[in-house]
Design a protein around this ligand. Structure first.
Ligand SMILES: CC(C)(COP(=O)(O)OP(=O)(O)OC[C@H]1O[C@@H](n2cnc3c(N)ncnc32)[C@H](O)[C@@H]1OP(=O)(O)O)[C@@H](O)C(=O)NCCC(=O)NCCS
Length: 262
């Protein structure tokens, strides 16, 4: 196994979270590519773990002012992922030390770039990106937003502890309409998938459905709402982790539309 920087030859794999085999990924559109292009100029760092020359793990981190937390002189880890699907792509590569090596390489890189600390997000539940995994690697919980835990490892005594940027307002409703408010940032293909599915489903139901996109790749839009990625149907948040299927989103929107038509 070796840890390398993201090179052009691996960008395709990286943009689909090393899951080229996945049918679901086809629903994610090209927002990750656009995000990559945009964030390259804003200090995005990506490291890959190669196994037999093939990308099997990745970590992406940005200067914290481009992440979802408030802070300074630090990096923010959006995502660390080691391919975990047996029999698909590079197979299950978890629990072989790739995650540990990726995090160590990212921290070393951030220190070399002058950062005073590393922030990361994890979830407090034993699913998805567990906060507990970071805790094992010396991170402590410094803030919480529902199940999203903000984790922090300072490298210097004068490092400033970060805080989440919290939700600032809720989507408004329009009388007589089904409002589908979809927020998309671009960093996460799974979240991009939810956005694209909601867009398609809203168009398919049509009629009273009002689709309201908020593209939070635009930093001012993110700061206005304090929401990076989310889906609300008539103001109610839809659970997006794991991403709901197209059919599920369609059903939710259609059932609201039926109530309005009556
Ligand atoms: C969390 C994650 C990044 C950790 O990466 P990993 O490569 O599996 O982790 P590591 O191998 O470094 O460590 C995991 C465990 O394997 C163990 N391990 C490491 N090397 C090992 C080896 N050679 N043999 C057996 N076990 C080993 C470690 O001791 C550790 O055990 P512990 O959790 O009980 O302490 C990875 O599991 C993952 O991607 N999970 C899903 C996260 C996710 O959903 N990310 C997307 C968020 S956007």
């Amino acid at each position: 196994m070796e840890i390398v920087d993201l090179e052009e030859q691996y960008e395709g794999e990286y943009c689909v979270c090393l899951e080229r085999w996945s049918e679901d990924m086809k629903d994610a559109g090209n927002r990750k590519e656009l995000w990559l292009r945009r964030m390259k100029d804003r200090g995005l760092r990506v490291k890959l773990a190669l196994v037999d020359g093939r990308p099997a793990g990745m970590i992406q981190y940005v200067p914290i002012e481009h992440g979802f937390a408030q802070g300074r002189d630090a990096y923010f880890v959006h995502c660390i992922w080691v391919h975990g699907y047996k029999g698909k792509g590079v197979g299950n590569q978890q629990k072989k030390g790739l995650g540990k090596a990726l995090l160590a390489a990212a921290e070393e890189d951030a220190r070399a770039l002058g950062a005073k600390g590393m922030a990361a997000w994890g979830v407090s539940l034993p699913v998805f990106m567990r906060a507990s995994w970071f805790k094992k690697h010396g991170y402590k919980k410094v803030d919480k937003n529902a199940v999203a835990v903000l984790l922090w490892k300072p490298f210097a005594a004068d490092a400033v502890e970060p805080r989440w940027i919290h939700e600032k307002k809720k989507p408004e409703l329009t009388a007589g309409k089904v409002t589908v408010s979809a927020f998309v940032n671009g960093w996460c293909p799974a979240m991009n998938m939810v956005f694209e599915r909601a867009l398609r489903a809203a168009a398919e139901v049509g009629g009273p459905v009002e689709f309201r996109p908020v593209v939070t790749a635009d930093r001012s839009a993110f700061l206005e709402w304090g929401i990076a990625d989310a889906l609300f149907i008539d103001g109610k948040a839809v659970r997006t982790g794991p991403p709901p299927s197209y059919e599920k989103i369609l059903k939710k929107i259609a059932s609201r539309a039926k109530k309005i038509k009556r």
